[in-house]
Design a binder for this molecule. Structure first.
Ligand SMILES: C[S@@+](CC[C@H](N)C(=O)[O-])C[C@H]1O[C@@H](n2cnc3c(N)ncnc32)[C@H](O)[C@@H]1O
Length: 251
């Protein structure tokens, strides 16, 4: 396993390699799972619902296609999976590598959920029309491997939509948000979840994650094309949409 390097994959404190980083992430979400939804909505002042709704809107054309297959990766407790599937004609599946998060999701969805590592999907090549991933990608142990796996399972011309925390481009807003995320959020998160490290990991992992223009460049470098991104709520989050080239053959 390669040595961890910030910007190449998540680098939780104490993890020396990708395997340890993935284990840290899975264990942390397992501990947070029972209170994850509550914390999400409280800490984001419910804005997370608007971010997911925006994501659904941007991929509406694929969702309207009855022949399309949509995979919501790192689906956690399934809020985006549910929002994608609500009025979709496409088939929508959700997967995550953390069992307790999926158990919470199962309370909301009877079907279409399975346990899998997004870096090693148990899915044949070239069968997915759309991959979505909300607040999961940043936690991958290796971002490039994630992108390569997306390219493998997507059909030529297929899309990926990544909703993730980002770095607000405005310096004044960034400073205010920084204060909230490093001083206020960890205290509320620890009090409500009883898992203090999860809510120090959150702002730390966001700080180490590539800013939106860099992430877009990384998608291009990995082999995607027509990469676009939009900032949401002054850049607290960003939505990247990238396409697999129509002529791309992945094995
Ligand atoms: C912050 S939660 C996001 C959950 C959900 N997508 C949402 O919008 O609320 C991050 C999720 O990513 C999952 N995750 C992180 N790395 C993963 C990987 N390599 N494979 C599958 N799931 C992963 C975690 O288990 C966790 O459920």
């Amino acid at each position: 396993m390669s040595t961890l390097e910030a910007g190449k994959g998540t680098t939780p404190e104490g993890a020396d390699n990708e395997e340890q980083a993935a284990r840290y992430v899975r264990d942390m979400f397992a501990r947070v799972a029972p209170r994850y939804d509550l914390l999400n909505h409280v800490l984001s002042l419910q804005i997370d619902k608007y971010w997911r709704a925006t994501t659904v809107k941007r991929v509406a054309a694929v969702l309207a296609n009855p022949n399309a297959l949509v995979m919501d990766l790192a689906c956690g407790t399934g809020d985006l999976t549910w929002a994608l599937g609500k009025n979709a004609k496409a088939r929508v599946l959700g997967s995550d590598f953390c069992h307790p998060m999926l158990t919470a999701a199962r309370g909301k969805h009877a079907h279409g959920l399975f346990e899998a590592d997004a870096l090693q999907l148990p899915i044949a090549a070239q069968c997915v029309d759309l991959i979505t991933c909300a607040f999961g990608f940043r936690n991958f142990a290796n971002y490039r491997r994630g992108m390569t796996e997306f390219l493998r399972v997507l059909k030529p011309g297929g899309q990926v939509a990544i909703l993730e925390f980002s770095t607000p481009p405005n310096a004044a807003f960034r400073a205010a948000y920084d204060f909230y995320s490093t001083r206020v959020l960890p205290k509320i998160g620890a009090a409500l979840s009883g898992v203090p490290d999860a809510y120090t990991y959150l702002p730390e992992s966001v700080k180490k994650f590539p800013a939106a223009p860099e992430l877009a460049s990384e998608f291009l470098a990995a082999g995607f094309q027509r990469v676009e991104y939009e900032y949401l709520t002054f850049g607290i989050a960003a939505l990247h949409i990238a396409r697999k080239p129509a002529g791309h053959c992945a094995r």
